[in-house]
Every structure is written in C-alpha cells, then in structure tokens.
Design a protein around this ligand. Structure first.
Ligand SMILES: Cc1cc2nc3c(=O)[nH]c(=O)nc-3n(C[C@H](O)[C@H](O)[C@H](O)COP(=O)(O)OP(=O)(O)OC[C@H]3O[C@@H](n4cnc5c(N)ncnc54)[C@H](O)[C@@H]3O)c2cc1C
Length: 261
C-alpha cells in the first residue's frame, strides 16, 4: 500500500484496458502537479456531494441523489470562565438551548491526561464547550437551504461577531446567578466547519421511505468505483464511517468474486 499525503483527488474514471480488463484511473494533484494512478478498483471515501463532479460518468439519477447530502455547518467554541460557581448554583452541567444560537452549553468533560488535571473545585477556571449550528432556524426554509445559507453566513462572520453572540448568550443564561461576562470570560477559541455534519434524515422535512431510497441510489457502485464515508449513510458519526467503509470494500470483494475484472 502506498499512501499519497497532501494529495487531492480530482477525477476518477472506469476504463477498459487493451486486454479487455477493467480498471480505474484516478487523477490527483500534489504540489501543483497533476498525477495519474491506475488501479483495478477504487473507493471514493470523501465528501459524497463532490462525487458527481469527480466521477462525471455517474448516472443522472445517482448524481441527483448524491447532491441531496448537504452538510450542515458547525461551530464548536471553547470558552474559559473564571470559575463554575454559576453552574453549581443552577445545579446543572449541560444546558440545552433550542432557541439560542448555541444549542448546547456544557462544562467540559472532567478528563485528566498527560499531566493536565481537570478543575476539581467550582472556584477554579473551567472550559465551557459550546455548540452552534449556524442555520436559519425559524425561517421555514427547507433544511438543506438553511445549511447552505448558514454556511455563507458563517464565512462572512468576524471573530468580533462570534464573540458578541457568545457573551450575550452566556450573560442571558447565567447573569441571574451572578455571571458577569466582562470579568468571568478569560479566553475564547472558535473552531468552525463550513461542511460539518453529514445530512441526516429530518422528519420535519423528509419522508423516511423516500430518504432511504435516495441513500440507496446515492451509494450504488459506479462500475469498479464504490462509495464510502459516513455521508453514504446520511449519518454524521464515526461508527457509520467505519460501517460504510466496510460495506464499500465488501462490494469490491463481491465484484471480484462475481467475476468482474
Ligand atoms: C466538529 C465535529 C464533531 C464531531 N463529533 C463527533 C463525535 O463526537 N462522535 C462521532 O461519532 N462523530 C463525530 N463527528 C462526525 C465524524 O467526525 C464523522 O462522521 C467521521 O469523521 C466521518 O468519517 P469519514 O471517514 O466518513 O469522513 P471524513 O472524516 O470526512 O474523511 C474524509 C477524508 O477525505 C479527505 N478528502 C475529501 N475530499 C478529498 C479529495 N478530493 N482528495 C483527497 N482527499 C479528500 C478529507 O480531507 C478527509 O480526510 C464530528 C464531526 C465534526 C465536524
């Protein structure tokens, strides 16, 4: 096996060799040079929505199905606060806020690791883990459209705007029990993903049987190219990534066993 790091796949294509056997040609770019590699079979394991552009031979129906996986943008913010007495007063460690920008605000997991020890007293500073899915909640737009618009909104947001949202939300939530954002927030780190979570079935917007049919169409093998990634199960979790990787390789093995070249 040869790993090609810092290489971006551009194009994959089923071909027939002179002796009649089948192969897959993959073009990739590394350090501004385009290369081509040939294999008997290939697995596309990246963002599934890109496959129609990278494997243009895919059928129109499958293209349409693949394009339905519109990832959601995601922001994880870590906010260090001076102490967590406010959480003690409220008697909570995890606050779910469905109508606020940050839908979840929680005390970070109490982990000791490599010399780092989690704060064991509410008088000590602690990290708050805050999750924000920038969409247009309440807009009545379809879920995919909300993700697209949210992504463009996120790309245009400055750190100052993010900071303002965080300060206002924490002040609104915790001000009643003595929190003062000007004194109590020590540091903020923002982690932003324009394409965060895979699309997943949302019964507010999707018919479950129809969604299942789209998923099945989207991950059909294209000749000797199979499709992995958690996207291929419309599930944004690591176990799906593993299961779908196994499925995609099993499909290749079945093709070989079935006599495909
Ligand atoms: C912020 C965040 C938090 C998460 N938290 C959790 C969690 O707590 N638990 C959980 O189970 N899951 C979590 N997930 C989801 C989990 O990370 C994904 O489901 C999982 O990583 C998907 O694995 P994958 O191999 O299918 O795809 P990916 O991890 O997306 O891997 C695809 C790889 O392909 C590469 N790639 C894409 N296009 C190309 C190309 N053209 N050429 C070459 N390489 C390419 C990418 O760089 C990437 O490395 C989280 C995701 C995010 C974004």
């Amino acid at each position: 096996m040869r790993l090609r790091l810092s290489s971006t796949g551009l194009h994959a294509q089923n071909i027939t060799l002179e002796d009649g056997s089948a192969a897959v040609d993959v073009a990739y770019i590394n350090q501004q040079q385009v290369h081509r590699v040939r294999a008997k079979q290939a697995v596309m394991a990246g963002y599934n929505m890109m496959i129609p552009y990278m494997v243009p031979e895919v059928s129109e129906a499958q293209k349409e199905a693949l394009l339905q996986n519109v990832k959601a943008p995601l922001v994880y913010s870590n906010v260090v606060i001076r102490n967590w007495q406010t959480f003690m007063k409220l008697g909570v460690h995890n606050i779910y806020c469905p109508t606020a920008p940050y839908c979840m605000v929680k005390l970070d997991f109490p982990v000791n690791m490599g010399g780092y020890e989690h704060p064991d007293s509410p008088d000590k500073p602690v990290v708050l883990h805050m999750v924000y899915v920038p969409n247009l909640a309440g807009s009545a737009l379809p879920s995919r459209e909300q993700s697209r618009k949210g992504r463009s909104m996120l790309l245009g947001m400055s750190f100052a705007e993010h900071e303002k949202i965080i300060r206002e939300q924490l002040q609104d939530m915790l001000g009643g029990v003595g929190f003062n954002h000007e004194e109590d927030i020590i540091a903020i780190t923002l982690n932003r993903w324009s394409h965060g979570y895979s699309y997943s079935v949302n019964t507010l917007f999707d018919d479950e049987d129809e969604a299942e049919a789209i998923i099945t169409t989207a991950r059909q093998p294209i000749g000797n190219i199979t499709i992995a990634n958690s996207d291929s199960d419309w599930s944004p979790y690591a176990h799906s990534a593993i299961e779908q990787g196994i499925r995609a390789v099993d499909e290749l093995i079945a093709m070989q066993a079935g006599g495909a070249q």
